[in-house]
Design a protein around this ligand. Structure first.
Ligand code: NI
Ligand code: MN
Length: 228
């Protein structure tokens, strides 16, 4: 499994000749390493309805003629805009051609900001457990630290985890390091930081916090990959 960080929470996952993109936010993301029109994918996976996770989902799904996979209400929103979709709900998993997707809990909010200024209900926010090519990647989405992350770590053999460290909207580095100690991934990389001034963080300090807990962390610059 090859995982490429594209900036913010956007992640490209490849295995067995298939590619999925999680939370595509590229066009309006100053840290993005790829243009939305350059993304080739077999599926678009979304953790929740906030703009910094979904803004390029429709374009990428349409240009690749591939489905958007997300919480049912969020999937239905994109279906109403003409996308192919597959809805899941928390704790549910489904075997797709490219691999298995399971939605986990995430403690956050999830509304879609519409152009008329109103907010559309997008269901509960989620994390994503993605198994492809015999490896499992946990993308935590946007979330607070919560105790059931222990259960996620106990029930799943997780090879790679992506955890938000930006603080303000999600866990900060200290809480994310505690989360990592419960999830026990082979390697953890930080996401959702430095995109905006309020989520400024030093990712190397997060890696040091992990090392103090005997955990492996790695900072990925936008465009960088790791392979497991
Ligand atoms: Ni969010
Ligand atoms: Mn976010």
């Amino acid at each position: 499994m090859k995982i490429t960080f594209l900036g913010h929470a956007t992640t490209l996952v490849e295995a067995g000749g298939k590619t999925v993109v999680i939370d595509p936010f590229l066009t309006h993301n100053p840290s993005a390493s790829l243009k939305a029109e350059e993304v080739k994918a077999d599926a678009v996976l979304l953790t929740h309805g906030h703009g910094d996770h979904i803004s390029d989902a429709l374009q990428i799904a349409k240009q690749n003629d591939c489905p958007i996979i997300a919480m049912v209400e969020l999937a239905n929103h994109f279906q109403s805009l003409g996308a192919k979709t597959h809805g899941l709900n928390l704790g549910g998993s489904y075997q797709f051609e490219f691999g298995r997707v399971k939605l986990t809990l995430a403690f956050h909010s999830s509304g879609i900001d519409l152009e008329d200024g109103s907010v559309k209900y997008a269901g509960e926010p989620s994390g994503i457990l993605l198994t492809m090519g015999g490896k499992t990647f946990y993308h935590a989405g946007d979330t607070a630290l919560f105790g059931d992350m222990k259960l996620i770590g106990e029930m799943h053999e997780i090879d790679v985890a992506a955890l938000p460290i930006g603080d303000n909207f999600t866990m900060g580095p200290e809480d994310a390091a505690v989360a990592a100690s419960w999830i026990k991934a082979g390697v953890t990389f930080p996401i959702h930081y430095n995109t905006f001034p309020v989520i400024q963080q030093d990712p190397e300090r997060f890696v040091k916090l992990l090392e103090e807990k005997q955990l492996r962390g790695q900072v990925l610059q936008p465009g960088q990959s790791l392979e497991v």
